[in-house]
Write a protein that binds this ligand. Structure first.
Ligand code: G4P
Length: 202
């Protein structure tokens, strides 16, 4: 990997907004009003362009994400890099055969979700990068990596808008041989506040 490639430099505009506007609910950081419920197109474009700049190093020809909140950033990364995007379906159990599928337990939501992808949309040897909004435990990303590999794809990297470092998803994903890029790193949630890794200079 290039010595100049910094996949995890904190992106100051995002760090500042999380600090100013994020709220904390148990183990959950709420930034739903601009990232994953209400979406501010201009800001999500800015974030996804920054992620795309970093992920372009891997020269992907497919972006892979999961319903629902991954779709917005993944679509913009894909458009920026001029490649298609595939999302794993959560709400539809039927896709065109051959179906790839994994069951994921979500401790955050306390239930199980099935992710399904049609194997028609991943070609052997395809250069794949995963994109999602949050990296917590890394189970969603690991399931996507596993399905992509089952279809014969090469997973070259994974990019997330926000990383919850204390959930150790990065270590899990990197142990699968996939480098991780994130724009904001939440070190811990303390007394209702998110403590983030600080950008070097602004
Ligand atoms: P993991 O996928 O990294 O293992 O994480 P985990 O099981 O803990 O998270 C499951 C879901 O909860 C994911 O959404 C993830 O984006 C979301 N999530 C995790 N931590 C936070 C948080 O601090 N704040 C917010 N807002 N969301 C969080 P998902 O199952 O993919 O659901 P969807 O929202 O995309 O439909």
């Amino acid at each position: 990997m290039s010595p100049h490639l910094n996949l995890t430099a904190p992106y100051a505009p995002l760090v500042r907004r999380i600090e100013a506007e994020g709220s904390v609910d148990g183990q959950i950081l709420r930034i739903d009003h601009f990232l994953n419920h209400r979406i501010e197109p201009a800001f999500i474009f800015e974030l996804a362009h920054e992620l795309a700049k970093r992920l372009s190093f891997f020269q992907p020809n497919l972006i892979l994400t999961a319903e629902a909140s991954g779709i917005a950033p993944a679509l913009i990364v894909a458009q920026t890099l001029n490649v298609p995007m595939v999302y794993a379906k959560k709400y539809s159990r039927q896709v065109e055969a051959p179906a790839l599928s994994r069951l994921i337990h979500s401790p955050t939501k306390g239930d199980d979700n099935r992710l399904v992808i049609s194997g028609r949309y991943i070609k052997p040897g395809q250069r794949i990068v995963i994109v999602d909004d949050f990296l917590a435990n890394g189970r969603t990303a690991a399931a996507l990596i596993d399905m992509a590999r089952e279809a014969g794809g090469q997973v070259l990297g994974a990019g997330f808008v926000v990383e919850k470092c204390f959930k150790h998803g990065r270590q899990f994903i990197e142990s699968l041989g996939v480098p991780v890029s994130t724009l904001a790193q939440v070190e811990h949630l303390d007394n209702g506040r998110a403590i983030l890794t600080q950008p070097e200079e602004e």
